[in-house]
Each structure stands twice: as structure tokens, then as C-alpha cells.
Design a protein around this ligand. Sequence first.
Ligand code: DHE
Length: 497
Amino acid sequence: MMKKSLYTCISVVGLLLAFEAAAGQPVEKNYADFCATCHGADRLGGAGTALLPENLARLRRTEAFKTIADGRNASQMPGFAGKLAKEDIQALVDFIYTPLPEVPAWGVKEINNSHLQRVPDSSFSDKPVFSADPLNLFVVVELGDHHATILDGDKFEPIHRFKTRFALHGGPKFSPDGRYVYFASRDGWISKFDIYNLKVMAEIRAGINTRNLAVSGDGKTVLVGNYLPHSLVLLNAEDLSLIKVIPTVGQDGKSSRVSAVYQAEPRGSFVAALKDAKEVWEIPYGDKDFPIRRIATDDYLDDFFFDQAYRHLIGAARDGKKGLVIDLDSGKKVAELDLPGMPHLGSGITWEYQGHPVMATPNLKEPLVSVIDMTTWKTIKQIKTLGSGFFMRSHENSPYAWTDGFNSTDNRDVMHIIDKRTLEVAEILRPMPGKTAAHVEFTRDGKYVLVSIWENDGALLVYDAATLKEIKRLPMSKPSGKYNVYNKIMRSAGTSH
Ligand code: DHE
């Protein structure tokens, strides 16, 4: 298969020469030293977002200045005020808001040229090549050295570890039978991994800066949402070959980044939110033309999740302090949610509380967990925590919901155990004092909980979900998310879908 050099067509030399910082080193040197590792030498993104005017459309320059100086809340972006003078920072701001001499093309030709495929041969098995329960496996993403581990969820022993693309982000998605898992990297690579045979089957670069992917409920199609270019990309789930590229242009004719895409199996559709247009798109995946139903929204949606019936979409506006609830049948907003500090809504979970379905989510900027009645859409409790959290998890068989303090400054090492029956913090754990603890996932039966120690020399800690005692520790390289096959394919109310 052909693999094209990705960035050859872009010349940034002229642009680099155009700027020089007023103080300190030239701006291009500062960019190379402080920004390029995450944002790409050519500004097309990597672990960090692409730094192009198109991608920064909704960020004011003063905000960009603050971000470079102080870092970015809810991301891995550090602040550089201690290393760069104000003039240097301003020069960087001007630099990143300057268009590239040529907008990089990433369309049908480039996507097709990047396609890599492994054809199954007689050595391939239709059954797992290992003895562990294939539905109680965990896929653990290790961000430290860009690997993934397939973990036996009964014995808590690694079965296989393999190299992934650089900077995977978002939850990997499974085929409906749990045999295949699909990963997306921030720089647009989509990979399909055969868990039964422990082999990467296909890869394709669907974008330059990708948000996330979804796999259709019938297992036939993959939809990728991009920041750059502004597009949705439909792929055949079988071999990841390209079906079509859908430019994401709002009703007003302006093109937009994609905030997130998910599949809504009970509706037979994909749902995508646009980041720069007040629109949600529903795309039925059973129709070979993939028609788009546009739903107008009151605000730009950053991320969203669904109620368990997939009737309502619950979205967060990035700049606002509220969430929106949209009835997907009528296409109308039915409620606004009081969310004080911007949730990472994909982390929302649901359960039954006193006969009502409730949803709960941490808030990235406030040390609070919001619990909202999903019948009235009113907040019934804001549970105080020691630090702002990022992820939240539970399981149908557990009375507890676990949430971290990942987004705090002083309490990144805590895990709060919330009693779902009383809405009180029942216990606070410090799994490894001083080390960042984050992201939790339960085993298939809900009896054990896996917690990440989010450090390069980190670990995966296994807890008894009832006694809250640690029972095993596995060294891992910055394990970010871990995903239980059964809980994901059954769309457990306690985890992300
Ligand atoms: Fe994530 C999921 C958006 C920063 C780790 N993150 C998601 C999803 C979205 C999202 C839309 C759901 C996608 C899915 O699962 O299909 N994340 C954002 C942001 O907007 C934000 C705040 C800024 C950004 O950089 O884009 C952001 N996320 C981060 C991080 O800094 C984290 C901690 C480290 C990293 O990988 O960059 C991070 N995000 C994660 C993880 C998930 C995730 C581990 C999957 C959670 C799950 O259990 O499903």
C-alpha cells in the first residue's frame, strides 16, 4: 500500500521568516522549542490541536495569549509565562493566527493514499488465540509510550501489548460482537485491531486533526469527526476503506469543525455536533446515501452524550455555563442544565435514584459533581469534591460512582467514592499519594475497579469494588483510558458509550 509523505506539500519557510519576536529568540525558534512537540512542526497538530487560524476561529487572541502564558484548563497544555517574555508570547500569538501559505489538502486522494490493510490469511482464527473471556477484556491505552495493552479482566494479566499511533485520544470503539476495536489518534489516524488474532488489520489517515470516531450499531460503518479539515469521513468498518468525505458546512454556508460523533444504535444513526455552527447532524447509517438531518441548536455544542434510551442528547457548550437537552425526535431543545464549571460530558453517567433516572458529571472548572434529575432536568445535588474532576464511572452492580480530582492543582492524587444511594462522598482514596489518579473502569460483573496512575512510570491499580481495597498493581506507561469490552458493547449506564 502506498503511504504518502504527509506534510511535503506545505512550505512554511516564507512564513517563518516573516516573524521575529520583539525580545528573546526569533518566534520560529520559540515555536520549535515550546510548541512543535505537541502541535506539530508545521502547525498541523499532533497531541495538541492544529495551530491554524481555521482551528482558532472561536478563540480570541487575548485568550490565546493567556493560554500560552498560563496553560489551558482541561488539557495537557502547560503555561510558558515563566520561560517567555510577554513580547515573545505575543509574537507566538500573531504567528499562529497567520494562515499557512497553502491550506493543506486532506481529501479523497490523500485519505485513499494513506490506506494500509492486512489481508487475513489461513493463520487467522475466528476464535480468540488466548483462553481469557473475550468479553471481559480491557483495552488499556498507554499514552506514555504510545502503546495499548489487552488485559485479561479476570486474572488482571496482560495478554498482549502493541504500538499504537501517536497520541490516541477518546475512547476506542468496539464492533458489536467485541472482536474488533477501532482507535483514533489526534493526528487523524484510524486503526482497526483484531482482538481475537491480536493484530492491526487496517489503518487510514482520515484527517489532519481528528476529534473522535464512532462505529455504527450494525458494525458496518465508521464515522470520523475532524477539526482539520472540516469534515466527517465515512469508512467501511471491514477494511477502513473510504466511503465518502462530507464537508461540514453549516446552514449559513460557513465551514465548521466537528465537536464529536457518536452512534445511537437504538435510532440506527450517527449523531455529530458541529463546533462552529449551531447545529447537530443525525445521519442514518442504514441508508447508503447517508442523508443528513440538520437540527438547529441554541448554542455551539462541544461534546454530548445520550440518555439510556437515546431519545435525548445532552450537550455542553464550551464557553457557557449550561448544558442543553435536545429531544432528538422533535429536534427541539427541551431543557437547559445548570452546570457550573464545564463538564467533559462524555464522562456523564446515569443511574436510578429514588425511582428517577439521574445523570451525574464532574465539572472541569469547579470541584463539584452535578447530579441532575433526567425527568425534570433540574440539579438535585452538587456534590463537593476535593478537586475538579475529569472522568466518572460506575456499574449497574455497584452502589458507588468513582470520580477523580484530575483537573485540580493540589488533589490530583485523589479518588472520590460517591454513594449513589445517598449522593454523599462515602470515601476518599489516595491510591498513590502525590501521583495523579484518573479514569476508572469496572469489570464486566462490576466486582472490580481499575484505576489509572497517570504518570510515565505509572500503574493500573485493581480495587475490590465492594471493600475498596487494592488487590493488584500493574506497572504501565501513563495508562490513560481503559475500556471493558462487555460494558462498552452493552452500553452500561456506568460508562461512556
Ligand atoms: Fe478528552 C474522551 C474532548 C482533553 C483524555 N475527550 C473525550 C471525548 C471528547 C473529548 C469529545 C469523547 C470522545 C470519544 O470517546 O469518542 N478532551 C476533549 C476536550 O475537548 C479536551 C478538554 C481538550 C482537547 O485537548 O481536546 C480534552 N482528554 C483531554 C486530555 O487532556 C486528556 C486527559 C488526555 C489526552 O488524551 O489528551 C483526555 N478524553 C480523554 C480520554 C477519553 C476522552 C481518556 C476517553 C474517556 C472514556 O472513558 O471514554
